[in-house]
Design a protein around this ligand. Sequence first.
Ligand code: BES
Ligand code: MN
Ligand code: ZN
Length: 512
Amino acid sequence: MEFSTQTTASLHQLKTAALGVGIFADGVLSPAADQIDRASDGAVRAVVKSEFRATVGESLVLRNLPGVAAQRVVLIGLGKQEEYKATALASGERAFIAACVKANVTEAASSLASLAMQDVPVRARARSAAIAAGDATYRYDATFGKPDKDKRPKLKKVVHVVAAGDAADAKTGLQEGRAIAEGMNLTKLLGNLPPNICTPTYLGETAKRLAAEFKTLKVEVLERKQIEALGMGSFLSVARGSEEAPRFIVLRHPGSAAKKLAAKPAGKTSGGDGPVVLVGKGITFDSGGISIKPAATMDEMKYDMCGAASVLGTFRALAELDLPFEVVGLIASCENMPSGKALKPGDVVTSMAGHTIEVLNTDAEGRLVLCDALTYAERFKPAAVIDIATLTGACVVALGHVNTGLFTQDDDLADSLLKAGRASLDTAWRMPLEDAYQEQLKSNFADIANIGGPPGGSVTAACFLSRFTKAYRWAHLDIAGTAWKGGKEKGATGRPVPLLVQYLLDRQASRA
Ligand code: BES
Ligand code: MN
Ligand code: ZN
């Protein structure tokens, strides 16, 4: 999807297949809607009065209004004006784009980003609109026998009409939003692909393809022998039960040297100058292993690589945006399968860090692959490490599908991530991570057990990871509830790519 800006004072003369204008509840028109209403001799007000309540996400297509050049005017419901906020803008833009797709148009114009909003500048409004548009046009058709090309959205271009003084900022926001949306689409595709296609090898190939497309990215894909040489005994113990070969992927976005120098704050350090390291859980299928899962929704465990997919999606976005500082991505990827060679309950394995781990449940495999990746991260002397994982069902119980679980001992890092989540409408909620929970991980036969019993399951999982993160600032995002939707709309969501990219954008702003 292509986005551009246009500054026109006479909206009614804008030639487009579909023009979106915002309507608030109780018959309050946005300035854009008001302009169209005047040009059409009250056509908008008449319709709003009789048949448009303007609830958030509602839309109505009007054709061939007199005095208006646009072929269609799409009324977009934004809810009550005094409650107008970014979520309503995003829902509105999504509804507008859905209406355009339904009408089969190839280009459209939106006026939503021009609408002022308290505390949300035009750059952020444009960014949200672009993310919503990208999200609304994603379709999965990779594994249908005859991909129906007719079902693919024809919409290719969206013009955003903004005030003349806002054009530059809006353009920046649209570029950022587009990069985020494309990153999300990659994340969604990888999450949705079946586990017989999206294997660890496939994730490695995807990383290489990304590096071929964006020349600034560097990628290294380690195979079993190299992973063995690193001493990643915990990660490999999970991989052992599967016929699929494991992969350890190292991505590097160097950030251009010239810009890096310019952006370096004089004498000020905000958590060191090392890279931000993103670590993704890449279990391409989680059967549970010998502690096998029930059959009913086991197919959904193909999404157990969404942490890895969000790292790839984030890298796609930041390569596109060419952010001026270094980011490293690490992905530990394998399958968790039962077999004669598989990890067993009772096994004791040795992690790269040297800690021994008693495996009490082979279904708690995410922490076993992540702990070695977290140890590997030390070599980058990171400013901060953020791991992203579909780690626990307990997190879904605690937070549902609304918020990602955020675990960290670092209040500054917590605040930055929570803020980035709010700004990108990809929210997280902070969970506890106190030493008192560590008790539950005591083992009679090793340094640590891999489960801590049912109470506070998502917290003890984070506690397990915390043992391997002493060398740097660290946060853990449990995306078990937010990375995908179940039910009728089953599929990957692309979260938390918006949160991660926003965090990196904010970091850039604070260092500039
Ligand atoms: N991948 C799962 C977590 C998961 C569950 C994600 C449901 C999304 C939806 C993870 O590997 C797992 O199986 N965790 C166990 C841990 C338990 C054995 C301590 C869980 O949550 O049941
Ligand atoms: Mn599991
Ligand atoms: Zn898992």
